[in-house]
Design a protein around this ligand. Structure first.
Ligand code: MTE
Length: 333
């Protein structure tokens, strides 16, 4: 039963839509947003897979401006350097994994349907004072900065991007977890009306991820709220998206609505689907293969390069200590 689930991660790269096609669709969408008459005409968008659905979705979500746009750009924190060029913005924002909108890489138009205001964030579970906080009030309390991070997907592709956002520790400090709390569980919105992937009942929605509190308060754990000096595009996970660059990309949950402090280790979305392939820790290690492919190297998206993958994705100096003495755990899947 489980093996019948079709995951985009298993799709051959050659089966993905070529970038030139994304660009064409992107151009069409821009024209459509600029002139609703083009949408009502229909013919122009007929080349897109989901033209009629898209027209309705745009009306629902895309036309409202993101009120957080005025917060960016923010100052770059120079502590986090890169060993490679930044990925081109149009590549990082059109080649995405966001199963709520479908299992292909080409979901960026569909994601525009997501309404991002009002957006209420729950801070719950084992905390001194559970709260529901409006996203803009939360952003106003958080110390925003920019960080250049690598991102390594479990599918063996990678990118390097400038996230804006705040250290996850700042949110943990706001939440004031109780002494017994050991884990932070995060969950994505549920809105199958616009996120049609959530109509697929064989997935255990909502998307859930978790970290230990030690990981969540590590300097490197970041909540990204912007990208390339602007508010975060919907397809990359606005308004709150985790960035834990020493772990495989599926840990970096997008569209977060809930932070729950708990003493139980959360079972994450992919772990629930296929625990033999996607675990809780998911730390990057080139020497530990995925059961069905090697993790030794990675394709740098937007280039012709393949580069060797590094232990902890090159962030061992920041995080290796977190795992001292934990050799009996499956740390690398
Ligand atoms: N978060 C949610 N809610 N849903 C998803 O499908 N995909 C994950 C992660 N976060 C995913 C998610 C995976 S597999 C990866 S590699 C990254 O998002 C992709 O982030 P990007 O599209 O910004 O490159």
């Amino acid at each position: 039963m489980l093996l019948k689930i079709k995951r985009g991660w298993e799709i051959r790269e050659s089966a993905a839509t070529p970038e030139a096609v994304y660009e064409d669709r992107r151009r069409l969408l821009k024209m459509a947003v600029a002139g609703p008459i083009l949408l009502s005409g229909g013919a122009l968008l007929a080349g897109c897979d989901d033209a009629p659905a898209q027209a309705t979705q745009l009306a629902a979500g895309d036309l409202a401006p993101d009120p957080s746009a005025k917060l960016y750009p923010v100052q770059r924190n120079l502590r986090y350097g890169l060993d490679r060029e930044l990925t081109a913005e149009d590549v990082a924002t059109t080649y995405n994994n966001y199963y709520e909108f479908g299992s292909s890489k080409n979901i960026w138009q569909k994601a525009q349907a997501l309404p991002i205001r009002p957006w209420t964030v729950s801070i719950a579970g084992m905390v001194e004072k559970p709260m529901e906080i409006d996203i803009d009030d939360l952003l106003a309390k958080m110390p925003l900065e920019e960080r250049l991070y690598r991102h390594r997907c479990v599918e063996a592709w990678s990118m390097a991007v400038p996230w804006s956002g705040f250290p996850l520790k700042a949110l943990v400090d706001l939440a004031r977890p109780l002494g017994g709390a050991k884990y932070l569980k995060m969950a994505t919105f549920e809105n199958p009306q616009v996120a049609s992937g959530q109509k697929a009942s064989w997935y255990p929605w909502p998307y859930v991820e978790g970290l230990t509190l030690a990981e969540a308060t590590n300097d490197l754990a970041f909540i990204a709220t912007g990208l390339y000096g602007k508010a975060m595009p919907k397809q990359n996970g606005t308004p709150l998206r985790l960035a834990v660059p020493w772990k495989y990309g599926f840990k970096s949950i997008k569209g977060i609505v809930r932070f729950e402090f708990t003493d139980q280790r959360p079972v994450s979305f992919w772990e629930e689907i296929q625990a033999s392939e996607y675990g809780f820790w998911a730390n990057v290690n080139p020497e530990v293969s995925h059961p069905r492919w090697s993790q030794a190297s990675e394709r740098v998206i937007g280039t012709d390069e393949r580069v060797p993958t590094q232990l902890y994705n090159g962030y061992g100096e920041f995080v290796a200590d977190l795992y001292a003495g934990m050799e009996s755990e499956k740390l690398f899947m």
